[in-house]
Design a protein around this ligand. Structure first.
Ligand SMILES: [Zn+2]
Length: 270
């Protein structure tokens, strides 16, 4: 792929950055990204990745737009109430940038969706079962995974580059014995700009992965919106992890019944 005269103009602000340039912009155009979940995380992530000229975005979500989504799910408007999120999302993103091909799956995450190849997968879901399914798939197929969550004022982000690392995965974080950083809230709501920022950080992490600038495998970034502070948390591999510490035959058997109930409900990363 090369860049047309129109694209040279359109992506000028990227091209002038030494660490991106034409080569990086072409890498963006060659990428095929899956965004699982088109809610408060997925909307800003999809907007920025589409704007950045990602070649192909696949959007997966079975939900319809509700009024309570509108403060943070920036692809939707009041008139979209009751309509499919991915259908509306595709329409809006197509208007934003015709360089990006949009594919939609108006259903829950399933095996058929994961049969396709993706350069990077974004976990923008809100339940732990989907998160662990994506984690197991990305680990097995050596696909980078970028997960995020947000509750009230707190946001979390973790990226895994399974192309280069075989140890440490999202499942290592979900054993109750390692919940030293656990966020125990369930229905505390979420600040719209906090979840928006986490989705934006997911998009930035994707761009870094595509440029080969990602070296934070398994590092968790925590943002406290109430104090405005970021902290980085590191963690060791859980030797009992059934994904990255056991034979591959057990990937699909990873138990999720020992995850604390509150995290199951709100899909918190920790
Ligand atoms: Zn693991």
């Amino acid at each position: 792929m090369s860049l047309s005269a129109k694209q040279l103009q359109r992506y000028n602000r990227h091209l002038t950055i030494d660490s991106i340039g034409k080569e990086g912009q072409i890498a963006f155009g060659d990428a095929n990204i899956l965004i699982a979940g088109l809610g408060g995380l997925g909307c800003p992530a999809a907007s920025y990745l589409c704007g950045a000229g990602i070649g192909s975005l696949t959007l997966c979500d079975s939900d319809v737009v509700e009024t309570s989504n509108l403060p943070r799910q920036t692809l939707y408007r009041e008139e979209d109430y009751g309509q499919s999120k991915v259908v509306i999302g595709k329409r809006v993103l197509n208007l934003m940038n015709t360089d990006t091909e949009i594919t939609i799956f108006n259903k829950e995450l399933d095996e058929k969706l994961l049969e396709n190849f993706y350069t990077v997968i974004l976990d923008c879901t809100d339940n732990i079962h989907a998160r662990l399914k994506l984690n197991a798939h990305c680990y097995e197929k050596k696909i980078p995974l970028v997960s995020a969550s947000a509750t009230a004022w707190d946001g979390h982000l973790i990226g895994f580059d399974f192309r280069h690392h075989e140890r440490l995965c999202l499942s290592c974080f979900t054993n109750p014995a390692h919940h030293q950083f656990s966020n125990s809230c369930t229905q505390k709501g979420v600040v719209n700009s906090v979840v928006g920022m986490m989705g934006t950080l997911q998009a930035t992490t994707v761009l870094r992965l595509l440029l080969g600038h990602f070296d934070q495998h398994g590092e968790m970034i925590r943002y406290d919106g109430k104090t405005g502070r970021f902290i980085t948390l590191t963690k060791k591999v859980d030797p009992r992890c059934l994904i990255c510490s056991e034979p591959t035959s057990q990937y699909k058997e990873a138990p999720v019944n020992n995850i604390n109930e509150e995290n199951q409900k709100n899909g918190d990363l920790l």
